[in-house]
Design a protein. Structure first.
Length: 553
């Protein structure tokens, strides 16, 4: 008897010759909690069948290519539901400062990088964060000037919410003591009122010319991103173009890669939720192809707790007079969300603090009351801390909890900055993955690349163990928030497909769905969880085509 194949909206039994057959003792289809033993038949860009070896015999033809993965895990391609493609591409190509643990070390590394790249008009670096330094003091232009005074230096911090410039860069972009702070932004100044070189939030916009690169360099960066994504098993991404006060990324540029057949990861992009409905309508109409789709509107409610810009319900524990702030007034968010919902757009709101999370939920609740319930799949991004009273509202309102487990590594266990910021009571509800899951919320995982590395397995490890890189605490940071490996994999595969309204064709290994498939170098379900950090992708297939393959398979 043949396999049940879904085609043309009708189920029918048939035997067709496959282009590929992948065999493994461990296939995680995404629809169960354990892997199965069997085979996957692929024809064109679709999965033809999933079954045992005997059932595959009729699909084997003279041109069928076969892969025996042994007991290595086969699963759907990863979908990173929240990243910044263009900024990440820049970060991957320019100086990586994430391992510099002092101002002096950061300056030394960027000086060495500048010597290696004498022809770059700007010296660019990414990934530093003063919170990771012993004194946690903000850096200044003076330390950069001592090493690089004749070229402009622009260093975007780890969270993409602040930048550090030298004096030459400040002069080139026209920032001086007379420059006014933008809304929800600040130019840090010394006791004399002179800019120190540190820019908060939307003030970063004043120096954006630093990120302009020639078209030939842009192509190099894009190719580099696609290669990196494929090597990590990522076959789909959701690109968050908006950052505080500006957008980074260009769908028209992405479309050129699609037209040339070079887009090896599906891109679902979001533009700013700012009341420009004409632009949103045009984007929705123009970009709806298989590999490049408009996916909705995004806006920031707050900043991040580490810099006291996350909006809290109660003051910061280590800064009693501060609760953070929102980018816009509540009335503005309500107006935009209600209108976006009325026009059929999905909205995704950055909300790190518990006050921002509640405000976002309130806005989505108001939209439902005004417009009536619909399958909107609105999202709240990050949810770094939540008031327990709001946990159940996600399921009640049908709002997706979009989270990045790797963010919880902000600081060591001994000196975790969030403990200082939030205090002993609120810290219990930081990155409340398990609690949200128990409440019935739909969770989806992502990296927020380049805030953290792109590798999905790192975030999966963090969600399953909640340990820091030093292996502590052994039971995990608030171990009641840990989840299972199967759930973590689902939140990086099946759940994101739902998140972009494509669960009918992506996210699981089922007949009729897209052949986006990866093979890991081991079976995670029989491995120690610490092995997640050393696991590699052996093969990545997107649309039935191999886009990455390690030697030896």
């Amino acid at each position: 008897m043949g396999l049940l194949v879904k085609e043309g909206g009708r189920d029918r039994l048939e035997k067709r010759k496959a282009d590929w057959v992948i065999k493994s003792q461990a296939i995680f289809t995404g629809d169960g909690s354990e892997p199965i033993s069997g085979c996957i038949a692929i024809r064109g860009d679709r999965i033809l069948a999933v079954g045992d070896e005997r059932q595959m015999e009729g699909y084997l033809g003279p041109n069928t290519k076969q892969i025996d993965a042994g007991d290595r895990l086969v699963l759907p391609g990863f979908h990173d539901f929240h990243l910044h493609l263009w900024i990440g591409s820049l970060a991957h190509h320019y100086a990586d400062l994430s391992t510099c643990y002092s101002e002096e070390a950061t300056v030394q590394k960027i000086a060495e990088f500048a010597e290696e790249r004498p022809d770059d008009p700007w010296v660019l670096g990414f990934g530093w964060h003063h919170i990771n330094w012993p004194d946690q003091q903000l850096p200044t232009r003076h330390s950069l000037d001592q090493q690089i005074s004749d070229r402009p230096v622009f260093l975007l911090n780890e969270e993409l919410h602040s930048a550090w410039l030298n004096t030459k860069a400040l002069e080139m972009v026209g920032i001086d003591r007379a420059t006014k702070d933008p809304s929800f932004g600040r130019i840090e100044r010394d006791e004399k009122g002179e800019p120190t070189g540190f820019l908060y939030e939307t003030a970063v916009v004043l120096a954006l010319e630093a990120l302009d690169v020639p078209i030939e360099k842009k192509d190099e960066l894009m190719c580099g991103f696609l290669q990196q994504a494929a090597s990590l098993g990522i076959t789909s991404v959701s690109d968050m173009l908006p950052l505080p006060g500006f957008e980074a990324g260009d769908p028209a540029w992405y479309a050129q890669y699609e037209a040339r057949g070079e887009l090896t990861a599906r891109i679902h992009f979001l533009i700013a939720l700012d009341g420009d409905w004409g632009r949103a309508e045009r984007m929705r109409e123009q970009y709806q192809s298989d590999k490049l789709q408009f996916s909705g509107l995004k806006q920031f409610v707050d900043g991040v707790p580490l810099t006291y810009t996350g909006y809290l319900l109660e003051p910061y524990t280590d800064s009693p007079g501060e609760v953070g702030a929102t980018l816009f007034e509540r009335e503005t968010y309500e107006k935009w969300i209600v209108e976006a919902d009325r026009r059929g757009f999905r909205a995704r709101l950055h909300a790190c603090g518990d006050g921002a999370v509640r405000l976002a939920l309130d806005c989505f609740e108001k939209a439902r009351k005004v417009n009536g319930p619909r399958d909107a799949r609105h999202c709240i991004e990050h949810i770094e801390v939540i008031d327990p009273a709001d946990l159940g509202r996600f399921a009640d309102l049908g709002v997706i909890a979009s989270m990045q487990p790797e963010h919880m590594t902000a600081g060591s266990v001994d000196t975790h900055a969030y403990v200082d910021r939030l205090g002993p009571e609120r810290i219990r509800y930081t990155w409340p993955i398990g609690s949200l899951q128990k409440s019935g919320a739909q969770l989806i995982f992502s990296s927020d690349y380049p805030v953290v590395e792109l590798n999905p397995l790192v975030g999966i490890y963090r969600a399953v163990t909640r340990r820091q890189y030093d292996g502590r605490p052994v039971d995990g940071w608030h171990p009641q928030e840990r989840i299972t490996l199967a759930d973590a994999l689902t939140y990086y595969t099946k759940a994101p497909a739902y998140g972009v309204f494509r669960e009918h064709e992506l996210g699981t290994l089922e007949p009729g769905k897209k052949a986006d498939i990866i093979i890991l170098d081991r079976n995670l379900f029989s491995a120690e969880m610490d092995e997640l950090l050393e696991t590699k992708v052996e093969l990545t297939m997107m649309d039935g085509k191999v886009v990455y393959r390690r030697e030896g398979l």
